[in-house]
Write a protein that binds this ligand. Structure first.
Ligand code: NAD
Length: 468
């Protein structure tokens, strides 16, 4: 097997050859990627089932279709994204051609995680290929079946000179990071993000961080509680609660909480039956380590379990669980990333907003309300990577919306054009000819006040308006 530095060198020499530059090459690779997913759907579903017991329905929505849709969208829009973007000019640059050119960065590294093992590698990879880069992807070792399958499929469908898969855990990733990359795109935890940044700093490599945190879900004002419960339960327990943008906790008034709890119980029974462990529609926890982390968290909690709480280590099962908690509860300390939903009662909307604003900026923030003024207040007075009213996680599915965090929940974004932009350098180009040399004469010595005032006028925004 090639050593990691040999892989990076091979890709770098392909990049230098210019093979990835043409739109045609990029589109062929993207179409091949689409064939890879379509022709191997069954194997992909089996791998996801092996790793997470992912229901076929959820896997198709969140791993297969989201990737296929992104590929269609990117292939259809690539030509317009690659076009030079002409900018406003002033009198001093009237005769010039001034534009922004999107250029590939070079050899980029994409490090994925296990909860959506295909989506979280392939969606950024689509942006990187579309932008004309060579790409190394590093799947998570935790979702071992998906990792194995991806490492078999990618070389069969994509140019091996330009794209490579490196498998392994922390040690392999650290070894890989000793190489120089032109961009690192990391999805994972805040703890590991710090070591990624340290490694990147050696080569001054720019980094995109797709991290997590606690995504709040506020329920205030008038609400239709049955609909709230259905949308909330779906968003929270999709993928067994192992979604970075899943609602992590609920904030609502005591009265809303009293109405919400029976609605949640009823919805859980409707969705997963009397014994959710027998439901085929519920993911399992990815590993024994994460199962232990979550069950320990439940033990540490002083909250009141209102539904769920059961677990089975052998089956890596934890029932969809709802817990009423106090502000200092163990469940309110860090991101849960599992099927446990704490509810914290905070009487007023203002106090709930204040509560959110005293924490790290979340990856997503949700507000359920029938009142537009309540929704707008929450949107205007808070900050988060994404925002969605009256639903959860669905904002991630639209390629027109950038997906990413802010502050502690991440840096940078992707999906659709935003991924293409993340993996592109925006080169400022001014193509000057030889015209207007007399006008240029204004800037040459000997300097005079008269020349300066003319020069200031030609370069001022006023002259931009005159040219429109
Ligand atoms: P993790 O940080 O442990 O692992 C992520 C990747 O880093 C894996 O590929 C792993 O092999 C590698 N890695 C682990 N330790 C490393 C080290 N010391 N040095 C270098 N590389 C190392 O994350 P995780 O537990 O797999 O994922 C859970 C976290 O990811 C949660 O916080 C979740 O919110 C977040 N997440 C974010 C998004 C997003 O799009 N923003 C999506 C999914 C998950």
């Amino acid at each position: 097997m090639d050593s990691k530095s040999e892989i990076v060198e091979r890709l770098r020499s392909s990049f230098r050859s210019g093979i990835t530059i043409s739109q045609e090459f990029r589109c062929v690779q993207l179409s091949n990627l689409r064939s890879m997913i379509q022709e191997n759907e069954e194997d992909i579903l089996n791998a996801l089932h092996k790793d997470l017991c992912k229901p076929k329905f959820e896997a198709i929505l969140s791993e297969i279709d989201i990737v296929i849709n992104e590929l269609h969208y990117t292939i259809n829009n690539l030509q317009s994204w690659m076009k030079p973007e002409y900018v406003d000019k002033n009198l001093a640059t009237k005769m010039d051609n001034c534009f922004v050119r999107r250029e590939p960065l070079g050899v980029v590294l994409i490090i994925g995680t296990w909860n959506y093992p295909l989506q979280l590698l392939i969606l950024p990879m689509i942006g990187a290929i579309a932008a004309g880069n060579c790409v190394v992807i590093k799947p998570s070792e935790v979702s071992a079946a998906a990792c194995q399958l991806i490492s078999e499929l990618i070389p069969k469908y994509l140019s091996q000179d330009c794209y490579a898969v490196v498998c392994g855990g922390a040690d392999e990733t650290k070894a890989l990071l000793q190489n120089r990359f032109d961009h690192i795109f990391f999805t994972g935890s805040q703890v590991v993000a710090r070591s990624i940044l340290q490694a990147a700093s050696v080569h001054l490599t720019p980094v995109t961080l797709e991290l997590g945190g606690k995504c709040p879900c506020l329920i205030y004002g008038n609400v239709t509680i049955g609909a709230v419960a259905r949308r909330l339960v779906w968003a929270k327990f999709f993928n067994g609660g192992q979604s970075c943008a899943a609602p992590d906790y609920v904030l609502c008034s005591k009265a809303t909480c009293d109405a919400l709890i029976p609605a949640l119980c009823e919805t859980l029974k409707d969705f997963y039956g009397k014994d959710p462990q027998t439901s085929l529609d519920l993911c399992r926890i990815v590993s024994q380590q994460h199962w232990t982390r979550l069950t320990e968290l439940l033990k540490e909690s002083n909250g009141k379990v209102v539904v769920g709480g059961e677990s089975d280590q052998q089956d890596k099962y934890i029932a969809p669980t709802v817990v009423c908690v106090a502000e200092d509860d163990a469940l309110m300390k860090a991101e849960i990333f599992g099927p446990i939903l704490p509810i914290l009662t905070v009487e007023s909307l203002e106090k709930a907003v204040d509560f959110v604003n005293h924490k790290e900026k979340p990856l997503a923030l949700y507000i359920f309300s029938n009142e537009t003024s309540v929704i707008n207040t929450v949107m205007e007075k808070t900050s988060s990577g994404g925002f969605c009213s009256n639903d959860g996680i669905v904002h991630m599915t639209l390629p027109g919306l950038p997906f990413g965090g802010v502050g502690g929940s991440g840096w940078g974004s992707y999906h659709g054009r935003w991924g293409f932009e993340t993996f592109s350098h925006r080169r400022a180009c001014m193509m000057r000819g030889w015209a207007l040399e007399k006008l240029n004469g204004l800037r040459y010595p000997p300097y005079t006040d008269n020349k300066l005032s003319w020069l200031r006028w030609t370069a001022s925004p006023k002259t931009t308006c005159l040219l429109m």
